[in-house]
Design a protein around this ligand. Structure first.
Ligand SMILES: Cc1cc2nc3c(=O)[nH]c(=O)nc-3n(C[C@H](O)[C@H](O)[C@H](O)COP(=O)(O)O)c2cc1C
Length: 151
């Protein structure tokens, strides 16, 4: 299965670390949303969409990328993020857009990421050191699960 990961990571490259581990495990191509053309997804079977969370949303470059996607058939997608909170709550809007474009969602992954946004800056940030070894191991296991099931 040909796999692509499209991502945005502008704060501390937290999401990039996760994306790299997943790409390694899946043998996926890795591209920044800001540098990719939506038509690129057409040559892949499984596509991962990942971003840090900024003001409760995925980064605008990834949202713009998704907005530019055509309707697809027979393609699978997974969604991942890093954030201060570390949960998957903010994935819903993105998954809905992907489903509306014909993607089947096959997984979600989220973990905490070092955050020096706003007041956290004054105390050296929160989640310092994250994603840590454990987070990256979880990301690798998530990707391995996808590989075993879909690759
Ligand atoms: C401008 C800005 C806004 C943020 N907004 C949120 C937020 O709404 N919720 C949250 O949990 N984390 C928030 N964060 C923390 C980031 O999601 C977190 O640091 C993430 O790991 C950054 O990923 P990146 O290093 O890949 O850019 C924000 C960070 C920045 C810089």
């Amino acid at each position: 299965m040909k796999t692509l990961i499209v991502y945005a990571s502008v704060h501390h490259q937290n999401t990039q670390e996760v994306a790299k581990v997943m790409a390694e495990e899946l043998g996926a191509d890795l591209v920044l949303a800001a540098k990719a053309h939506p038509d690129t997804v057409m040559t892949y079977d499984l596509i991962g969409f990942g971003s840090g969370i900024y003001y409760l949303k995925f980064h605008k470059t990834l949202l713009q990328f998704i907005a530019g996607l055509s309707t697809v058939a027979g393609k699978q997608a997974f969604v991942f993020s890093t954030s201060g909170g570390g949960g998957t709550e903010r994935h819903a809007a993105v998954k809905e857009q992907l489903v509306n474009r014909g993607f089947a969602i096959v997984g979600d992954f989220a973990c905490k990421g070092w955050d020096t946004w706003g007041p956290f800056k004054l105390v050296g940030g929160t989640n310092k050191g994250q994603p840590n070894e454990e987070d990256l191991k979880a990301a690798r296991m998530f990707a391995r699960g996808l590989k075993e099931k879909y690759a």
